[in-house]
Design a protein around this ligand. Structure first.
Ligand code: URP
Ligand code: ZN
Ligand code: ZN
Length: 489
């Protein structure tokens, strides 16, 4: 008789991004080793009858222990953030190692590792935020970091202390194309926002609601269009993060229809919240301030359409938790204007339950799409597939067992992050992950955590296929080859 497996999950309905099937899953040394109708014995067994057995979620956009350019630190550290993620069915996070101007990216990466290693309970990789593309950063640090497994970086088109110019963006896109990395873009037109903010300020209109006025939909649409043009000029693939507006969604769809490698992400706040939430009593609206802001119900419908028709490949939380006090959202108490409110909402734990309940249960997306949007596509886009993001022989045994009928009313007190509030207070959802497994270890089971601090591991990312250029140079650049034997960039 052969040695029993470490863990066997029996009788569940297994779903991947492609299939739904009934089978047992056997796990040994942290990996899936057998998928079959009736697997042999396990030292530990879980009966998943009536449950959905899904790949653990991957959240590829979250801010953890990140300091904003204004010096405000996110409410969660790597422990509370990853515990919260685990309770919501997520087994891998990809937060940012964020460079502020003047900093060495290499040192920034070391600092984030030092923060994550002793605390994370699930596996993690890092994207880089590049705010200072100096010669040193472009010429040495980034190429070396890409080789070391940091193959994606985010650039901002707005925020005074983070934004890069179009010229700098071209440098970054050219480097990504050459070195095998993937660029994520925060697309909002800086000058439109700045100009509107100044005009609103002159009229004394500083309440949180006016954040949604200043960050106009057209500002997102314009910057998205410009970013795509910059990428097209250089034949450089890209991903637009946290897309909220119908205008931006339409521009992305058009680019995809033209065959460009343009990918896109959206987030729970853009299907669950509207600008009316920013207009709540007193300073309450500050809890809902994020950039870009939530739009209106027609905007929500456009985002759902984009999730259903494949315009969006990934659904991420953009978890950016700030406490509702002077240490976070409200540096000047109830005198804080929208310009001073720390931007971002918490959402690591509620991301997948929201997509399941509002998407799958309400018939807007299929179960396979849920798996793709919540896990598989993140792994594919950021170079972690097939180790992460699927249920397959040889993959890490990162699994979430869902009770598809469980009704849950969301309250801040049931969640495990440190934000102290949830934008979804009182919302009722159907479906919740009840058992969560990371590399074969049961880390959450029926409301109990059993993961050790620091048991999460760092993941190096490969160059994703998505980052590979298409070989579709714009004609005038393609013809340069006739005049020079050296590439133009
Ligand atoms: O408002 C947001 N989304 N804050 C987090 C930072 C970012 O731009 O993603
Ligand atoms: Zn952003
Ligand atoms: Zn973000």
């Amino acid at each position: 008789m052969s040695e029993p497996y470490d863990l066997v999950i029996r009788n569940g309905t297994v779903a991947t991004a492609a299939d739904v099937f009934q089978c047992d899953i056997a796990i040994r040394e942290g990996r899936i080793v057998v998928l079959e109708g009736s697997a042999g014995q396990g030292k530990q067994e879980i009966d998943a009858t009536g449950k959905l057995v899904l790949p653990g979620g991957i959240d590829s956009h979250c801010h953890i222990e990140q300091k904003s350019s204004a010096g405000v630190v996110c409410a969660d550290d790597f422990y509370s953030a990853t515990v919260s993620a685990a309770f919501g069915g997520t087994t891998t996070v990809i937060p940012f190692a964020a460079q502020h101007r003047g900093q060495s990216l290499r040192q920034v990466v070391r600092d984030y590792h030092a923060a994550a290693e002793p605390k994370a309970v699930i596996d993690y990789a890092f994207h880089l935020i590049v705010s200072d593309p100096s010669e040193q950063v472009l010429g040495q640090e980034l190429p070396a970091l890409i080789k070391d497994g940091y193959t994606s970086f985010k650039v901002y088109m707005t925020y005074d202390m983070l934004k890069v110019s179009d010229h700098q963006m071209l440098d970054i896109l050219a480097l990504a194309r050459r070195e095998g990395a993937f660029v994520m873009i925060h697309a909002e037109n800086h000058d439109m926002i700045k100009w509107l903010t100044e005009r609103l300020g002159e009229k004394g209109l500083g309440r949180p609601l006016f954040h949604a006025v200043a960050h106009a939909r057209i500002a997102e649409g314009e910057a998205t269009n410009r970013a795509i043009a910059l990428g097209e000029l250089l034949d450089a693939p890209m991903l637009l993060v946290h897309v909220s507006a119908p205008e931006a969604t339409a521009v992305i769809r058009q680019a995809q229809t033209r065959g460009l490698k343009v990918f896109a992400e959206t987030c729970p706040q853009y299907v669950m919240l509207t600008a009316d939430d920013l207009d709540r009593e007193g300073m309450e609206g500050a809890k809902y301030c994020c950039s870009p802001p939530p739009r209106d119900s027609a905007g929500q419908a456009a985002i759902w359409q984009g999730l259903a028709n494949g315009t969006f490949q990934v659904f991420s939380s953009d978890h950016a938790p700030y406490r509702f006090d002077a240490t976070g959202k409200l540096p000047k108490g109830d005198k804080t204007t929208f310009k001073e409110v720390a931007n971002g909402v918490p959402g690591l734990e509620t991301r997948l339950p929201i997509l399941f309940s509002e998407g799958v249960c309400k018939g807007r997306i299929a179960l396979n799409q849920f798996v793709a949007l919540g896990a598989t596509n993140h792994a594919k886009l950021y170079g972690l597939y097939p180790r992460k993001g699927t249920i397959a022989v040889g993959a890490d045994a990162d699994i979430a067992i869902w009770d598809p009928e469980r009704r849950v009313k969301i309250t801040a007190s049931m969640l495990h992050d440190d934000a102290g509030y949830t934008p979804y207070e009182g919302r009722e959802l159907t479906g919740w992950p009840i058992t969560v497994i990371s590399r074969g270890r049961v880390i959450v089971d029926r409301g109990r955590l059993s993961a050790e601090r620091g048991s999460g591991k760092f993941l190096k990312c490969a160059t994703p296929d998505a980052a590979k250029p298409q070989g579709r140079m714009v004609p005038e650049i393609a013809t340069v080859g006739r005049f020079s034997d050296k590439p133009l960039f």
